[in-house]
Design a protein around this ligand. Structure first.
Ligand code: ZN
Length: 128
């Protein structure tokens, strides 16, 4: 079974906690929940969701590692850095389903990372 959800981002770069939206889709007792974003400048990441400053820190760290405006792809649509960041974080995560719930750690959440927003982003959730 798979479902789709849509998230509208509001900033150029943004990391949004989508754990609650994913959790609502879990309708089996045991299995795997795969969360996938079908976009080349967005990513899915599991990290601490308790302190929102971590999301800002991750964006700041990626900006230091991968500065804007020095990539060959910028000549195409000026978002080379966004593609590299999305490639490093990756388009998906898998979470075990245990006793009908996502088997996340106490501090973990599922994040949508948009590196070239604001946009409407599609997320595919496959539950098996
Ligand atoms: Zn591009």
């Amino acid at each position: 079974m798979h479902k789709e959800i849509y998230i509208e981002t509001s900033k150029k770069q943004e990391i949004i906690d989508i754990t609650d939206k994913i959790e609502k889709l879990v309708n089996i007792t045991e299995g795997i929940c795969m969360v996938y974003v079908p976009h080349a400048t967005a990513a899915i990441m599991i990290n601490e969701s308790y302190d929102p400053k971590i999301m800002t820190d991750i964006i700041d760290a990626l900006n230091l590692l991968i500065p804007q405006g020095k990539w060959k792809h910028d000549l195409v649509d000026n978002n080379g850095a966004a593609h590299i960041k999305a490639g490093i974080i990756g388009p998906s995560e898998q979470i075990p389903i245990i006793d009908g719930k996502l088997g996340l750690g106490r501090w973990q959440g599922i994040m949508l990372c948009d590196f070239d927003g604001p946009r409407k982003r599609k997320i595919i959730v496959s539950i098996k």
